[in-house]
Design a protein around this ligand. Structure first.
Ligand code: HEC
Ligand code: HEC
Length: 216
């Protein structure tokens, strides 16, 4: 009987220690991130994306793309790890993240992705032009909604989150996509090029106002 009590006590104690360990480890690893992206993925400035509401695989793809840069290395890293089987990573332009991501092992990046994928979508407070937002909504429905579901609030299909993002970040990202410094899925590229051809480059500003206006 005593042995049993001991066993139970010991195993629950080690479980408690284990969970404590896991959470303080994730806190330690995300220490740097929160100075820019906020405690809950709620970005602290207009050039920095919110991370709340994104899927684990999207976050993993982003971090690995920042870390490995070149497609060859990136694909090799993903293919050599079964846990990354469903991750699709697209090469990315970066001012700061490439340097930061290189400081973490792939296993640490997984813990970081776990942490931020548990945070809720965050809406940045910013001014919105509602007339532009209305036109942006139509463009979204026509060209983007197929993949960026629920008014861009959904990260289903590992698409990232568009709703509530800072307008400057969104516009810079779109500029990167258009000049080829950030890679995107082929079908997104077709839609994006078509939209810009038909409705002009102003359509990006309309979309930016729309996504900024969406409330989950
Ligand atoms: C000094 C500020 C700063 C710090 C610290 C920082 N980031 Fe970033 N993060 C940015 C900026 C700015 C971008 C936009 C890409 C760029 O310019 O590098 C970004 C982009 C990202 C993205 C891409 C989001 C998307 O939707 O495409 C992810 C994911 C990310 N950061 C995760 C992290 C994680 C995880 C950490 C901590 C390990 C971290 N960041 C630390 C500023 C920062
Ligand atoms: C065929 C599906 C598809 C279509 C259509 C599509 N996207 Fe995407 N989009 C994606 C996927 C998948 C990603 C994630 C890419 C990655 O992991 O880097 C993405 C990523 C993005 C991002 C990056 C998010 C971030 O946080 O950095 C933006 C911005 C974006 N899309 C805007 C648009 C806009 C605007 C349209 C319409 C003109 C559009 N997309 C149409 C699939 C699509």
């Amino acid at each position: 009987m005593r042995l049993l009590v001991h066993l139970i006590l010991f195993s629950s104690l080690s479980f408690a220690l284990f969970t404590l360990n896991a959470s303080s480890q994730s806190e330690m690893l995300t220490d740097t991130c929160v100075t820019c992206h906020g405690e809950n993925g709620n970005s602290l400035g207009p050039a920095i994306p919110n991370l709340g509401g994104m899927t684990r695989n999207y976050l993993l793809g982003a971090m690995l793309a920042f870390k490995y840069g070149e497609n060859v290395q990136l694909n090799a890293a993903i293919e050599s790890d079964q846990d990354l089987e469903d991750v699709e990573a697209f090469a990315r332009n970066s001012t700061i993240m490439a340097r930061i991501a290189k400081g973490y092992s792939d296993d640490e990046i997984k813990i970081i992705a776990d942490h931020f994928s548990e945070q809720e979508l965050f809406v940045s407070q910013q001014e919105v032009n509602l007339i532009k937002a209305k036109s942006g909504e139509k463009l979204h429905e026509k060209y983007c909604a197929n993949c960026h579901e629920d008014r861009g609030t959904s990260s289903e299909g590992d698409t990232g989150v568009l709703a509530g993002q800072w307008r400057p970040y969104f516009l810079w990202t779109m500029a990167d996509y258009l000049d080829g410094s950030r890679e995107m899925p082929k079908k997104m590229k077709i839609k994006l090029k078509k939209m810009v051809k038909v409705s002009g480059i102003e359509s990006l500003d309309l979309l930016a106002n729309y996504y900024a206006s969406v409330r989950p």
